[in-house]
Structures are given as C-alpha cells and as structure tokens.
Design a protein around this ligand. Structure first.
Ligand SMILES: Nc1ncnc2c1ncn2[C@@H]1O[C@H](COP(=O)(O)OP(=O)(O)OP(=O)(O)O)[C@@H](O)[C@H]1O
Ligand SMILES: [Mg+2]
Length: 291
C-alpha cells in the first residue's frame, strides 16, 4: 500500500500548523474515508488534543514530542520510527512539527508533501522565505525524489492580497501555492470541538478546497514516488555494469582469494620442518660481509 505522508511544518509559531494538521487528518478520514494517522511531534500537543477531544472520527492519534535535546540524529531516528509504524496501518499520515535549529533536514525526505502555512503579512512571508532558503537544497534535490513543497496561505482575510505578495517577493525555491484558508471566528473556536470541514461558512468551504488541492498534489507525488527509480545498492551496480568494471574485477579477485583461502589444503611437507631462516641468514651474511 502506498501511504501519503504529509508534514506540516514551519519555524514560525502561531501560523496555523496544528489547525491545518488536525483538520487535514479529519478531511482524509471523514471526507475521503481513508485510514488516517495524525502524528503530533510538538511538545504542546495541540493537534493531537484537538482530534482526541473532538467527536471521534476514527483518526489514529499519536503524540510523540521529538527528543531534540538528545541531538539531531536521535530525533530524526525517532521521527522515522513513528512515521514507519504509522504508515504500516494508514493510507494517509499527517504530521505536525514545529521546525527548530535542532531539526535534521533529512526528515523532509520521509514525506511526500511538506506544507508550510503562512499568513498574509509581508513580515511573515519574508520570515518564511528565510526559512525555506535554508532548506532549498532538499527541495531542489535531483539525485533522489524531493518532497513537494506546498505553501499554504492561512488565516486569510482578503484573497486579493495573495497575488501581489507572492509575485512581488523573490522565492528562492519552487513550490505549489495552495488555495487560501479563510479566517473566521468560528474556526478559532473549533479547537477540541469540531472541524473546519463541517463549518457552513466561507472558512469551511475554503478549507475543503484547500484540503482537496493537497489531496491532488499528494496523489501526484505518491505516483511519482512509485515510478521513481530505486536508489541503487552495491549489488544492483554490479548487475548493471559489465564484467570489465574495475570494482567487479576487484571483487571477483577478492572472492576467488577468499574461496581459495577457505578451502582445506593438504599440509605441505615443508611446513612440518622448521623453516630455514632465509631472510635472517641473508641479513647476517650481508652484515658480516659474506656477500
Ligand atoms: N482559519 C482560521 N481562522 C481563524 N483563526 C485561525 C485559523 N487558523 C488558525 N487560527 C488561529 O490561529 C492561532 C494559531 O493557530 P495554530 O495553533 O494552529 O498555529 P501553530 O502554527 O500550530 O502554532 P504553534 O507554533 O504555537 O504550534 C490559533 O489561535 C488558531 O485558533
Ligand atoms: Mg501548533
């Protein structure tokens, strides 16, 4: 089963990561009827408590704050382990993570989509550009499948502001721009009570359009992942290259030597006698001028 893996992340606080993560999980479970897991990597646990305390939808909720104090690699490994377990049981995994300087960029490669919410103020867009600039090498990767970056305008009052903000700024990276999620007082009060998909107002409708766009982008990325060539392993390299390959010849020689060495050989008669001290003798002869 191909699991769609979505990471909602940003270094900025209060941009709507947990709102988007909790409500996307609800969308995939309720509107798409897909087995969905929400992994909340944040110590605050906002998205996990949102889904845990609202009327049950059948979303599997996991709260695993990453042990960033134990180092980048440890946090990366724990994040990977949780994602792997969640992916085994779900068609969609949505993860909520506040990015810090202790987050390993490698974690991004584990996901199909990386969603970065941004509200429509010049200062916030500029901060997001700085954040994404540091990660541009991940999204620009050509040697392995890069995750798809999706910028998500969130808490939008006036959709007309989007175009000037995103066309006048120079983004250092290519991205998909998701449809905006409109702001509403009801949306703010939904925490632990219900979901944006059930709101009958503009914010509710905008969230459904947003979530559908994310689902479409996710489907394309999962297909890309299925078609992407596997990262070659050393054995695959041997198979694809011809017998003249230097590494192949070296490995063949090594194998032959190892096989020869491991075969029991009859003990030669000479080894039964003490070996003549040929080198030593020569050395002494030379030392005493006998040569
Ligand atoms: N569409 C919306 N309309 C109105 N308010 C919203 C909307 N989306 C989010 N908010 C509000 O914005 C605030 C920040 O949202 P949220 O907690 O989801 O952000 P966050 O990025 O997860 O924050 P943190 O960095 O603290 O984890 C909350 O008060 C939330 O209710
Ligand atoms: Mg949050």
């Amino acid at each position: 089963m191909q699991t769609l893996k979505i990471l909602v992340t940003s270094q900025k606080g209060g941009v709507g990561k947990s709102t988007i993560a909790a409500n996307l999980a609800a969308f995939f479970r309720k509107s798409k009827n897909l087995a969905t897991t929400l992994i909340d990597f944040d110590p605050h646990g906002s998205s996990s408590s949102w889904v845990n305390r609202s009327a049950p939808l059948g979303v599997v909720v996991q709260h695993h704050p990453l042990p960033v104090n134990l180092g980048k690699k440890r946090a990366l490994l724990e994040g990977r382990t949780h994602l792997r377990h969640a992916s085994q049981a779900s068609a969609v995994v949505v993860a909520d993570l506040t990015w810090t300087d202790a987050t390993d960029e490698e974690i991004l490669y584990d996901y199909d989509l990386v969603l970065t919410p941004v509200s429509l103020s010049a200062i916030e867009v500029a901060a997001t550009i700085t954040f994404l600039h540091r990660l541009h090498w991940v999204f620009d990767t050509t040697t392995r499948l890069a995750p798809q970056l999706v910028i998500c305008p969130s808490r939008v009052d006036d959709p007309a502001l989007i175009e000037p903000l995103f066309t006048q700024q120079r983004f250092p990276i290519s991205f998909l721009l998701a449809p905006p999620i409109l702001t509403s007082a009801e949306a703010r009060n939904l925490f632990e009570k219900g979901y944006l998909i059930d709101l009958p107002d503009g914010a509710g409708r905008s969230f459904v359009s947003f979530a559908q766009a994310v689902a479409d982008a996710g489907q394309r990325q999962v297909q890309r992942r299925a078609q992407a060539p596997k990262t070659p392993r050393i054995n695959d390299i041997q198979q694809t290259h011809g017998a003249s390959d230097v590494l192949n010849r070296f490995m063949k020689q090594q194998n032959t030597r190892t096989t020869q060495a491991s075969q029991p050989r009859p003990t030669p008669a000479s080894t039964l006698r003490p070996a003549p001290p040929a080198v030593k003798q020569g050395f002494l002869d030379r030392l005493f001028g006998k040569e």
